[in-house]
Structures are given as C-alpha cells and as structure tokens.
Design a protein. Structure first.
Length: 198
C-alpha cells in the first residue's frame, strides 16, 4: 500500500475547501465529538483559516484514492483555540509562539488502521519543525467513560498522538459548539478538550 501526501498552502488551500467542510461535518458528527455542523458556518471557518499566515492542509492518497487530510497552523494565529487554552499553556510554561497546531486529522473510515493517520501526523510535525516551531500540539475532546452517547463498540484505544510521543497537559479547555445530546436534541454547550503536545 502506497501513501502519497500532498501539501497545500497559500492560494492552493482553496482547492481543499469543499473536502475539509464535508469531512468536518460528516466525521465530527460521530462520537466523541458529536458536533452538528452546517455548510455555511464551515465554509466561513475554513475561509478564515486559509487566510492566516502559515496555514496548511495535507492530503493523503492511498494507491491514488483519497484517504484523509490534516490541517495545521501556527497556534498564535488561531485565536479560537488559543483563547480557551491560554491558561493551560501558561500553567505548563508553554509559549504559543513556539507551537504548531494540528487542527484536524480526518481519515476516511475505510482507510483507518492502515497508517494514514500516522503519515498525516508525521507530515504536520515535520512541517512544523521545518518552519522552526519547537513543538507540535493538538486538542482532543474528552468524554467520560459512562457518557450515554458512547457506542458499545467504542473501546479505549491509545490515541494515535499518544503513541507518537505526545503528552497531555493537566486540566481541560472548554469549547462551545452545537452538540448532539443523548436523545437527539442539539444544544450549544461547553465541551471538555485536552491539550496535547510533543
């Protein structure tokens, strides 16, 4: 199985807009994120992302078929993430200017478990180092084991980034977004997120 990676930056980022929007809505709707996205907001989100200095999208192809993507940006450029995470970073004595932020890591279900996520993660880390950042970081939602929306088959796998040497900071940052609640209702609520860095 051959994994081919394609990095988009600058004006070339516009070519990835539709795919990023569609994948965020579809894949983040699942547990544990339970995010209820709409195309109009997602397009605004990605258009703002691609206008920022240092933004990038890495796309993965497996034997010519699209398999997944990752987005990344210098953390200091992403106020949406930086504002709620600022205290966690201060407590850990981390300078946001030294961090390259992995925003999304999305792999098509049919390609999961085949090394695509690892390849995307390492591509982002390598680009961060090339650009002079001391660390790569990311945020991941944290749900309790007894969460009523947790699927029975959802085990306790070690996160891909933990296997790659990332460490979780103590505490949580809380992000408000439209969330599907147990029973099917949707509400904009604060969701606990863990900050990870390599």
């Amino acid at each position: 199985m051959g994994i081919e990676l394609n990095t988009r930056t600058g004006a070339d980022l516009a070519m990835a807009l539709e795919r990023v929007v569609e994948m965020r809505i579809r894949l983040f709707s699942q547990y544990p994120y339970l995010y209820v996205g709409v195309p109009e907001y997602e397009k605004e989100y990605f258009e703002a992302f691609q206008a920022k200095s240092g933004a990038m999208v890495v796309e993965a192809l497996v034997d010519g078929a699209f398999a997944g993507l990752a987005t990344a940006i210098p953390l200091a450029q992403d106020k949406y993430i930086l504002k709620p995470a600022r205290q966690l970073l201060a407590d850990a004595c981390l300078d946001p200017a030294a961090l390259f932020y992995l925003g999304e890591l999305l792999v098509e279900p049919s390609f999961q478990g085949r090394g695509v996520g690892s390849a995307l993660l390492e591509a982002v880390r390598a680009e961060g180092k090339r650009l002079g950042f001391a660390h790569c970081c990311l945020m991941a939602v944290d749900r309790p084991l007894d969460h009523p929306s947790r699927p029975r088959h959802f085990g306790m796998p070690v996160p891909l980034w933990a296997k790659a040497g990332f460490r979780a900071l103590k505490g949580w940052a809380f992000f408000e977004y439209p969330t599907r609640l147990p029973g099917g209702n949707v509400a904009t609520i604060p969701n606990p997120m863990v900050f990870w860095r390599d």
